[in-house]
Design a binder for this molecule. Structure first.
Ligand SMILES: [Zn+2]
Length: 232
């Protein structure tokens, strides 16, 4: 294996990415091509392999979360055995945490490899993003859990003030917006077939219209606000 490789940034659902990373490491480190049953593979899947460090903060990264990483990287690695840092939830790296990582990510000391996992690309700090090789793993119709509140505002009557707060906290990008509209369209179409309620029909028409005129880059906040204005 090449002793110096660029950091990887993988985007997708947390569960899928974790499984993918385990399989990826098993393929690399197992001497039977990732058999999934040997002791190496078992240790990897239990996150106990000595060549892998998983970081997964409960909520956000703090300098304390990164401490074990810096302690490890301070020592030169035995070049024969690669060592992997897996940073789950890397979209929760604060600017301070991200800054402390930049140098290591850009030029990892020999034998050290970084794999950053995150649910959404647009929440990754540009300084991190620009130093990584980005791969999108998410399924096309995947909607990050963080948008459940927004979705529910279009399912259960919500006052505009509450809605604006939800929207300001986290706005879906263009692709996510389309996935959410698809999801809402499926939901309301199903409701409609049970009741044939005229107000539901109006919602379906609004959603169909929204698909024809999806948000342009940078305009999804306005897009969602307008849709909500016509909604309840
Ligand atoms: Zn194995």
């Amino acid at each position: 294996m090449n002793t110096q490789t660029a950091a990887q940034l993988w985007i997708g659902s947390p569960h899928h990415l974790e499984q993918y990373t385990i399989t990826f490491l098993q393929k690399l480190l197992c001497s039977h091509d990732g058999c999934a049953t040997c002791s190496t593979c078992t240790h990897i899947s239990k996150k106990q392999h000595h060549q892998v460090m998983w970081l997964n903060p409960e909520k956000n990264y703090t300098t304390a979360t990164l401490e074990p990483l810096f302690e490890k990287i301070a020592f030169a690695n035995d070049e024969c055995s690669a060592f992997f840092f897996i940073l789950q939830k890397s979209d929760t790296l604060s600017p301070t945490c991200a800054n402390s990582l930049l140098k290591s990510i850009e030029e990892p000391p020999k034998g050290y490899h970084f794999i950053l996992l995150a649910e959404r690309l647009h929440t990754i700090l540009p300084t991190i993003r620009s130093r990584c090789i980005v791969t999108i793993h998410q399924h096309n119709d995947y909607i990050p859990t963080t948008y459940q509140e927004l979705i529910s505002a279009f399912k259960n009557e919500t006052d505009p003030h509450t809605f604006l707060n939800i929207l300001m906290a986290d706005t879906p990008d263009e692709t996510e917006s389309l996935n959410i509209i698809d999801h809402l369209l499926a939901f309301w179409t199903k409701q409609y077939t049970h009741s044939f309620d005229i107000t539901m029909q109006k919602k379906i028409l609004l959603l169909q219209q929204a698909i024809k005129q999806p948000p342009m880059p940078g305009s999804s906040k306005i897009f969602w606000r307008n849709l909500f204005l016509h909604w309840w």
